[in-house]
Design a protein around this ligand. Structure first.
Ligand SMILES: [Zn+2]
Length: 152
């Protein structure tokens, strides 16, 4: 559990860094054999790329580093429940376990919305563990969106 918290803390740090860049504060960390192989925060605004979610960027970086399209045996830590696009990418990358912080009832695709991993068209589903660092993950987002409202 200590390891789990350590990796989620790293994901939270990526979320904080994303917030400082003016991005939606979500962070992701990929771990293989106890080592961090990629970490990323949202960069959709910076890259002008609607697909530049933290999970996608982390998967791309890890695949590039390892020189392989599948990340079999890797575990993904992300501060918020992944959206449907990211859930699909997690499935395609053959990620072993998904640990996420806060639930995303409005935009999530794992335990909310389309529940991608439960669909018959999903050919690889990771083991899913939710609620890790949930309070901190949700707090960063709530503060971020509240400050947006206050200034807009
Ligand atoms: Zn996503």
């Amino acid at each position: 559990m200590a390891e789990t918290n350590r990796f989620m803390d790293l994901a939270l740090a990526e979320a904080e860094a994303a917030k400082d860049r003016g991005e939606v504060p979500i962070g992701a960390v990929l771990v293989l054999g106890g080592d961090v192989i990629a970490q990323a925060g949202n960069r959709t605004r910076e890259l002008n790329d609607a697909t530049a979610h933290a999970e996608i960027l982390a998967i791309r970086e890890a695949s590039r580093r390892l020189g392989q399209e599948r990340l079999t045996g890797a575990d993904l830590y992300v501060t918020l429940e992944p959206c449907t696009m990211c859930a699909a990418a997690i499935s395609f990358a053959r990620i072993r376990r998904l640990y996420y912080g806060a639930e995303d009832v409005k935009g999530g695709g794992v335990d909310s919305g389309v529940r991608f991993f439960a669909q018959p068209t999903c050919h690889h589903a990771p083991d899913v563990y939710s609620g890790i660092g949930e309070i901190e993950s949700a707090e960063i987002l709530t503060t971020f969106f509240k400050s947006k409202r206050d200034f807009s």
